[in-house]
Write a protein that binds this ligand. Sequence first.
Ligand code: 5AD
Ligand code: SF4
Length: 470
Amino acid sequence: MHDLTTQDSRRTSFSIPNSRHLHVVTYGCQMNAYDSDRMADALAPAGFAVTETAEAADLIILNTCHIREHATEKLYSELGRLRVLQQARAEQGGRLLIAVAGCVAQAAGEALRARAPYVDIVLGPQTYHRLPDMVARAEAGEKVTQTEFPPEDKFDFLPEATRPQSINARGITAFLSIQEGCDKFCSFCVVPYTRGAESSRPAEAILAEARGLVANGAREITLLGQNVNAWHGLGADGAVWGLARLAYALAGIEGLHRIRYTTSHPRDMGDDLIAAHRDLPQLMPFLHLPVQSGSDRILAAMNRKHSAEHYLRLIERLRAARPDIALSSDFIVGHPGESEADFEATLELIRAVGFAQAYSFKYSSRPGTRAADLPDQIAEEVKVERLARLQDLLRDQQFAFNRSMTGRVLDILFTGPGRQGGQLSGRTPYLQPIHLNGPANCIGSIMPVRITEAFANSLTGTFEKERACA
Ligand code: 5AD
Ligand code: SF4
């Protein structure tokens, strides 16, 4: 469906002089990081250049996260600071527009307006392609709110992402969003409400974006989606492809050496995707596969639709396909109803799997989710104590995993300079950060490195054949 408002606004925005600055602050997940880049792309034709400082900006966008309460509180304290900046600017006869994007905007649009009335634009994640129009209206003095899910697909209207966007300035490792939203409705999670129903981009659009990123220097692409392995996009052949088929097609792009994807759900980890891990050297041996809990009772209360046993069998099948695959997960402690025995079952699952790294959180009640209304909410001090025990175990496992690399030779993708002079930073196939001395011309190359020392969060090593860097 065509949306004339959007198209018209895109056209008028081209006449605006290129003299303004945009500063985007990103909270939360990698999906938000990708979206922040897309918003900058959407505003570039309207004359906005990106600045790294809030003080130099004419428009500041806070791209928010609603996943836990803590994330929301961070937004409000940042908004308080920006208000001071906005007032100071006004006293000098200038203007600073403040926009709040992302999941808090989507979930709490009206509440946000009431709590921070000086915010000029409130926009949900599905409306970023309409930003030039919203900014023009805000500049004319309107307070703009766009949190409905629009009928058009934003990806059809956003400028194509070929500029190397990403977790490092040179774009050697890039993000590519292929899927959004979620239909799973886990008891604790706001995503199905803030990001909407699951939707997949077509294969051809993804492949074209990937080719563009590689042409601009990307050597590694991480496919993003809230439920990335549920991706099912239309292929050029008219068939509906799954993620495995997409991975094989991406592996055919020359110059794309590494493919990753995140975040996956255990229910959608099909045999074909497991086989792709066996077949494709480009598919990195690292998988973030959240399990949340090791107790079947809590998994059922969470509406996860899998048991601990199902997860363990899945790990076995993955390891049979790709023996060195490293695993990562998300855990929540203190979901309503979690007993000491339930928590022990989670520790047991962690011991049974052995994770290379993991994220863990105290359960945080989110308004509107099913778990928020459950009886038997867990006391804060119990959550704190359980989280500490869980994180001790995970930290030990991560360190043990890192230590198991010493003496081995790993292929390192060098992503940029290190923090100290003469140092380079890179990533192992297992996503571990590595820092070592080496020449800058190795940045962008994949080189064998012998691991000499392991730390809690990173590795170091020496080049096997440094002179080969072109
Ligand atoms: N409380 C705590 N953690 C949560 N997560 C999602 N919702 C909540 C919540 N309400 C965690 C889950 C998810 C990760 C992205 O954030 O572990 O996998
Ligand atoms: Fe949230 Fe569950 Fe969907 Fe993940 S699968 S985004 S935790 S509802």
